[in-house]
Ligand binder design. Structure first.
Ligand SMILES: Cc1cc2nc3c(=O)[nH]c(=O)nc-3n(C[C@H](O)[C@H](O)[C@H](O)COP(=O)(O)O)c2cc1C
Length: 343
């Protein structure tokens, strides 16, 4: 049966979930949709893995009606794999695609993909063009975005040139994390370059980078004039960041982030993980994620200890209720640092 996939309009009031390898899986995308996320990007999926029907890669394709609209992000450096894979994905019903030209991790760079593509714009544009042509064969019209950084090496500002070329070949939107590839996550995201990018093209520009709070999201939109933002690490700590952002944009009260509120999020994340995945691997993964939601509350260490003792879903659900009774910490020494996620 063909998947039913909607398209979307890109607006400042429709925040996205950024692609997050290891995290923006189906349960998490459905969770953040409940808190106002407009579009969820999948984890990056290796095109070569899809071409060779690698089962661990295929797992990343999971979707469902509550995940709609979603964007499937692909990565790879060999154009010949994109043709057949896009054809197959479109025939299954996938409609919205993204090309990863921003990932700086060593494993991805070694294969010439991710942000390494920014060193060879002809190759990057050629791959994007194959995706655009194939996506257009979706009966309702497919759409393609490209996510990139400023350039590969520090100071190599190829992003404007790249963006104009992508616009010319019919790419529907672009998203940029304004750091250089070699920079990884060091220093600050340079939002001023998002403003320059927005002025250079007419297709929608989505911004990413250091959007750890709803306030940062609102500021980024206001300071740069871009069309939309995507939350990444900020959503991993607080899946309700989307609702906070929307409330702030409207001048409404943001939900109070206390133990009870967080416990509800955790319970739902456990439920969705059990429903959509439910295997041992997903159990261990969600068990390790839960303490992050309790950031800023007193007693995370004890919570972590109780969670580690859990051997089944029922025990996990019970242990997670501890969060309801946690109070804000006097100081944030108990905090987990955001940077620990990107290592
Ligand atoms: C754990 C992790 C995994 C990521 N995976 C991807 C990915 O698969 N594809 C991608 O384009 N970007 C990926 N990114 C980059 C994010 O989408 C985002 O652009 C970046 O984290 C900057 O936003 P932030 O500073 O608000 O977190 C990843 C980032 C992190 C921290």
């Amino acid at each position: 049966m063909l998947l039913t996939m909607s398209t979307f309009t890109i607006t400042p009031d429709s925040p996205w979930l950024a692609p997050l390898a290891g995290y923006s899986d189906l349960p998490f995308r459905v969770l953040v949709k409940q808190y106002g996320c407009a579009v969820g990007c999948s984890e990056m999926v290796n095109v070569k893995g899809l071409a060779f029907k690698n089962s661990s890669t295929n797992r990343l394709l999971a979707t469902c009606p509550d995940d709609d609209p979603m964007v499937l992000q692909l990565f790879g450096a060999e154009a010949q794999f994109f043709e057949p894979v896009m054809e197959k994905l479109v025939s299954l019903g996938y409609r919205n695609f993204d090309l990863n030209a921003g990932c700086p991790v060593r494993k991805v760079l070694k294969s010439g993909s991710g942000v390494k593509l920014m060193e060879d714009l002809d190759k990057l544009v050629n791959i994007a063009s194959i995706m655009v042509t194939r996506a257009a064969q979706h009966p309702d019209g497919g759409r393609v975005g490209v996510k990139f950084r400023l350039g590969f090496n520090k100071g190599e500002n190829v992003y404007i040139d790249l963006a104009r070329r992508l616009e010319d070949i019919g790419v529907d939107w672009i998203s940029m994390h304004p750091r250089y590839g070699k920079q990884m996550f060091a220093g600050k995201a340079d939002w001023r370059k998002l403003a320059l990018l927005k002025q250079a093209v007419s297709i929608p520009v989505i911004g990413s980078g250091d959007l750890f709070t709803a306030e940062a999201g609102v500021r980024c939109i206001e300071e740069t004039g871009i069309d939309a933002i995507m939350f990444a690490r900020g959503a991993l700590y607080d899946p309700s960041i989307f609702a906070r952002y929307i409330a702030l944009r409207k001048g409404e009260e943001m939900p109070v982030r206390d133990g009870k509120f967080l416990a509800k999020i955790v319970r739902e994340h456990i439920r969705l993980t059990k429903e959509y995945e439910g295997d041992g691997r997903s159990f261990r993964k969600i068990r390790s994620i839960i303490p992050r939601y309790a950031k800023g509350l007193k007693g995370i260490r004890a919570l972590r200890g109780s969670l580690l003792e859990c051997k089944n879903w029922e025990a996990l659900e019970k242990a997670a209720t501890i969060i309801s009774d946690l109070r804000p910490a006097d100081n944030l020494s108990d905090e987990t640092d955001v940077d620990e996620i990107c290592q």
